[in-house]
Design a protein around this ligand. Structure first.
Ligand SMILES: CC(C)(COP(=O)(O)OP(=O)(O)OC[C@H]1O[C@@H](n2cnc3c(N)ncnc32)[C@H](O)[C@@H]1OP(=O)(O)O)[C@@H](O)C(=O)NCCC(=O)NCCS
Length: 202
């Protein structure tokens, strides 16, 4: 995994010793319940999540450069089949030819930020760096992002990244949430040419 730096953040791989902080931040119910997973139960559970979910080459721990504090998480994962099937069914409009031809190389971002660190623009800063890496480092043709229909805070992050709302996934079973929970998810997208234009890259 390539380390990414921004003005205030370092994005690095998750480590086993992040477990106490993951528990402290991820046990707050509003984090997981808005991101699609159950709140972290204890430090042992945090260790398991780090090992089985967060330790891969596309999920970054977000840390403050100044203090090395762990503040949140951002991932740039391979695009989900459910999103691709929307495109194949013609339920996503407006993609350009090069984006349609290389759909399997598009990526999907997902993120959360600990409550004490929200409202400072940190997620926007991290997500801008991740998009730059996706387009310049990985040459991805496009990047997707999904949020539960009423998650306005997450939608704001996507809007400020220049992503467009392009479709909707209805009645998605959230297998990591307790009980039988189904979400309607809004689907956002930004293509490479749009990102380059927004960033004045020719
Ligand atoms: C979604 C989530 C990451 C958004 O966090 P956030 O703190 O609102 O996002 P940012 O870090 O980009 O901060 C944005 C806010 O910081 C404020 N801000 C303060 N200083 C700032 C600065 N220097 N630069 C930019 N914004 C700044 C802005 O006013 C902005 O709010 P606004 O867009 O309403 O004006 C957070 O709410 C979260 O983790 N929620 C739970 C999990 C979740 O929903 N994940 C997404 C699943 S799809």
């Amino acid at each position: 995994m390539k380390l990414l730096h921004t003005e205030r953040l370092t994005l690095r791989p998750w480590r086993e010793d992040d477990a106490p902080t993951l528990f402290a931040l991820g046990s707050e119910p509003s984090i997981g319940l808005n991101a699609g997973w159950s709140p972290i139960r204890d430090i042992e559970n945090a260790r398991d999540v780090i090992e089985s979910v967060l330790s891969n080459d596309f999920t970054y721990a977000m840390t403050l450069r100044e203090s090395d504090e762990l503040v949140g998480c951002i991932a740039l994962k391979p695009v989900a089949e459910s999103v691709l099937s929307l495109v194949h069914k013609g339920q996503i409009a407006g993609l350009e030819t090069d984006e349609l031809d290389n759909l399997d190389q598009t990526r999907e971002i997902g993120y959360w930020l600990g409550v004490p660190y929200q409202g400072r623009g940190l997620m926007q800063e991290a997500a801008e760096a991740i998009l730059r890496y996706a387009f310049e480092g990985l040459s991805a043709p496009g990047v997707w992002a999904l949020h539960e229909a009423s998650n306005r805070k997450s939608e704001r992050v996507m809007e400020k990244l220049g992503m467009d709302g392009v479709g909707m996934l209805s009645h998605v079973h959230m297998s990591l949430l307790p009980g039988e929970v189904f979400w309607d998810e809004h689907v956002h997208f930004i293509g490479r040419s749009r990102w380059m234009k927004n960033n004045r890259i020719s």
